[in-house]
Design a protein around this ligand. Structure first.
Ligand code: A3P
Length: 273
C-alpha cells in the first residue's frame, strides 16, 4: 500500500504509523532477534520491539489495531516487524497476502538440528519441559526408534514444507533467506544482503559490530562512542545440552532430504550436512 502522507499545518510531513513493508517471518531460534536488532540500527528502519503475533494470534483485532502497534515513521523510513511463528502457521501466508501482496519476507534459517536443540533448551529454561531431548524426539513402535515429528521442536525444522505454503502466495523474489550460522560468523555479509533486499543504502556495516568472545556472539557498537556496546540478553546464546551422537545421526538422516529440497528451491546451500 502507498504511504499515507500527512502534512502538518507548517507544511512538513508529520510522522505516521505505517503497516510493515517487510516482515521477519521466521524461524524461531534462527537468530531472528539478532537480525531485527541489527537492522534497527539503520536510520531508515523502524520496528516494534516485541513480537506482534498479528497474523496468527490477534488477527481478529483487525488491521487498524496492527497499524497502531507500529512505531511512528517519517519520510523515507520503512516499518518492519518480526514474529517467527508466522513461518509455520497455516493461515498466515494467505492473510499476509490479503493485506499486501508485495510484502517482503525475511526468513532466518539455521541447521534444523541445532534449531531443535535451541528450542528445547529454551523450553527447559522456561520450565516447560523436564524430559530429556531424546525422550521428546523419539517414540518406539516396538521394534524401531522413530522420530516424533509432531513435536514442535522437530516440526519447525521442516523448512521446505513450510515454504511450500508461502510459495502458493508469494514469489521467491519477495523472500530473503538469511543463514543463521552466517549471521553469527559474518553479520556484515548477511546485513549487506538484507539492506540490498530492502532497497536501503548500506549504512549498517563493520563499524557496528564487534565479536564478544565471552558471549561468543557478535554484539553491537552504538553510534555514540560514549554509549556502552550492546549484546543480546541472557536468553540469546544459551548453553546447549550435549546430545548423544546416535541421536544427532538419526536427525541428520531425517532432515537430509528436506534440507536438500530447501537448497534447491532457494538456490543456496546452507551447508548443514
Ligand atoms: P541459542 O540461544 O540457542 O544459542 P531467536 O532470536 O530467533 O530466538 O534466535 C536465538 C538464537 O540467535 C540464539 O540461539 C543464538 O544462537 C542466535 N544468535 C545469533 N546472533 C546472536 C547474537 N548476536 N547474540 C546472541 N544470540 C545470537
Amino acid at each position: 500500500p502507498l504511504r499515507q502522507q500527512v502534512t502538518a499545518s507548517n507544511g512538513s510531513p508529520t510522522p505516521t504509523r505505517q503497516l510493515p513493508q517487510a516482515i521477519i517471518i521466521g524461524v524461531k531460534k534462527g537468530g531472528t532477534r539478532a537480525l531485527l536488532e541489527y537492522i534497527r540500527m539503520h536510520p531508515q528502519v523502524r520496528a516494534p520491539g516485541s513480537e506482534m503475533h498479528f497474523f496468527d494470534r490477534h488477527y481478529e483485532r483487525g488491521i487498524d489495531w496492527y497499524r497502531n502497534q507500529m512505531p511512528l515513521t517519517s519520510g523515507s523510513q520503512i516499518t518492519i516487524e518480526k514474529t517467527p511463528s508466522y513461518f509455520v502457521t497455516r493461515d498466515v501466508p494467505k492473510r499476509v497476502y490479503q493485506m499486501d501482496k508485495k510484502m517482503k519476507l525475511i526468513i532466518v534459517v539455521r541447521d534444523p538440528i541445532t534449531r531443535a536443540i535451541s528450542d528445547y533448551t529454551q523450553a527447559r529454561s522456561k520450565g516447560r519441559s523436564n524430559r530429556d531431548f531424546h525422550e521428546m524426539a523419539f517414540y518406539s513402535n516396538g521394534t524401531h526408534r522413530l522420530l516424533d515429528t509432531s513435536w514442535g521442536a522437530l516440526r519447525i525444522g521442516l523448512y521446505s514444507q513450510h515454504l511450500d505454503k508461502w510459495l502458493k502466495y508469494f514469489p521467491l523474489e519477495q523472500m530473503l533467506f538469511v543463514s543463521g550460522e552466517e549471521l553469527i560468523h559474518n553479520p556484515v555479509g548477511q546485513m549487506d544482503k538484507v539492506q540490498e533486499f530492502l532497497g536501503l543504502t548500506k549504512l549498517v556495516g563493520p563499524q557496528h559490530f564487534f565479536f564478544d568472545s565471552k558471549k561468543g556472539f557478535p554484539c553491537l557498537k552504538r553510534p555514540d562512542a560514549q554509549m556502552r556496546p550492546r549484546c543480546l540478553g541472557k536468553s540469546k546464546g544459551r548453553q546447549h545440552p550435549h546430545i548423544a551422537p546416535d541421536v544427532i545421526a538419526q536427525l541428520r538422516d531425517f532432515y537430509k532430504k528436506f534440507n536438500q529440497r530447501l537448497y534447491s528451491i532457494v538456490g543456496k546451500d546452507f551447508h548443514w550436512m
